[in-house]
Design a protein around this ligand. Sequence first.
Ligand SMILES: NC(=O)c1ccc[n+]([C@@H]2O[C@H](COP(=O)([O-])OP(=O)(O)OC[C@H]3O[C@@H](n4cnc5c(N)ncnc54)[C@H](O)[C@@H]3O)[C@@H](O)[C@H]2O)c1
Length: 445
Amino acid sequence: MRILIVGTGYVGLVTGTCFAEMGHTVVCLDIDEKKIANLQQGILPIYEPGLEELVRRNVQQHRLFFTTHYEEAVTSCPVCFIAVPTPSRDDGSCDTSFVEKAAASIASYMPDYRVIVNKSTVPVGTAHQVASIIRSHTTAAFDVVSNPEFLKEGAAVQDCLKPDRIIIGADSAKAADVLKEIYSAFTLDHDRILVMDTLSAEMTKYAANAMLATRISFMNEIAAICKQVGANVNKVREGIGSDSRIGYSFLYPGVGYGGSCFPKDIKALIAVAKKAGVDPLLLQATHEVNTRQKTVLSRQIKSYFAKRGGLKGKTIAVWGLAFKPDTDDIREAPALNFIHDLLQEGATLRLFDPVAMPNAQKMLGASDNLTWCRDECEAASDADAIALLTEWKQFRLVDFKPIIKNMRKLAFFDGRNQYDPIKMQTKGFDYMSIGAPDMTHDRVD
Ligand SMILES: NC(=O)c1ccc[n+]([C@@H]2O[C@H](COP(=O)([O-])OP(=O)(O)OC[C@H]3O[C@@H](n4cnc5c(N)ncnc54)[C@H](O)[C@@H]3O)[C@@H](O)[C@H]2O)c1
């Protein structure tokens, strides 16, 4: 089948490429001319494991194309996916204007029946709104389908090729059948397609993200209590995760959730609930706990250095900037809050991330108090402390010997509970983590 994907970002590029990999002919369209020109030369706008090779192969085999031209693309593709941004408005509600514009552009060039599929995460009722926009631009027949995306950045290609489920929200059987056919290659081993109405499909996406975010905030609140009462949240996590009704996933305390989805989707669902007359107490708490959690590590560092002459003039190594490992995405990354807080205290920061440095440099700009380093060892050089913000695998089994040799003082603030506290203390570190007792040597110098 010939498929158009409107919006060639994380979702559009990954899903378009995976559709091509399964044998469809895919045109990826974007209004960003530079992005499309780069893609036409094989330069990807994002880092995502396995994606570059898949794009190259499918371009070479003439199944994947990039364009900025709506007319040609819409005319040649009977199915048009929309994967454009749905950012937060100032009041937290979802800004659907990009989706509306994309829908209007598609509608302007539809020669005959088209299936328009919305992959962007949108408030309940958007499919109906998109249908009325299209109706106002064309007399051609069409159906609007909601097909929310569940891929995780950092594992997007795998998630897309082997999805847990495919949600098809369709109010017409004909359109649902088209989507089932498109996805048939993804479901050969077992059926993972769930067909429902568009409203329920749109709600499913928000509910999934809200459930995951709530688990994270729940564990972060448990971690805060653990820290105060002397319990260890890592043990508590194992203790509750072993309950089959609870399970182990998404039970990790840390420095709060970030990224382009959870923060905005929780706020958007709160707005949806309020508009519908429901008081979203739990969602609001999830959001507030997360806002507080994003400062947990900077509060720990401030309190540690308050007894050691303050943070002014101290050097802190920051390991990890991306909002999670295996991505270069720094949107709403907790590392940004941390950096902001420490700069305000007069600290100097030495930063390293395996892939997110270019994006972080663009966002943070140049400053005398920021040094961009080649690796974690260089970042720790002459530092008074290391702070781990993103749990990249390469930080797990780091050789601490050369690192310790070059540090000014030995303190480690582990925002992701990646290390064994006793081992870190034995190496000479004062070791602080989330929701577990501090392992210090009680040296206040
Ligand atoms: N990133 C994720 O992990 C993820 C996962 C699931 C769902 N989503 C949802 O998918 C949607 C897209 O997210 P993303 O992260 O891919 O965004 P993105 O910002 O990475 O990419 C969006 C692209 O759309 C393009 N665009 C904007 N308006 C356009 C228009 N009118 N016509 C053509 N192109 C246009 C932009 O130039 C950009 O390249 C959002 O609603 C998001 O919530 C994202």
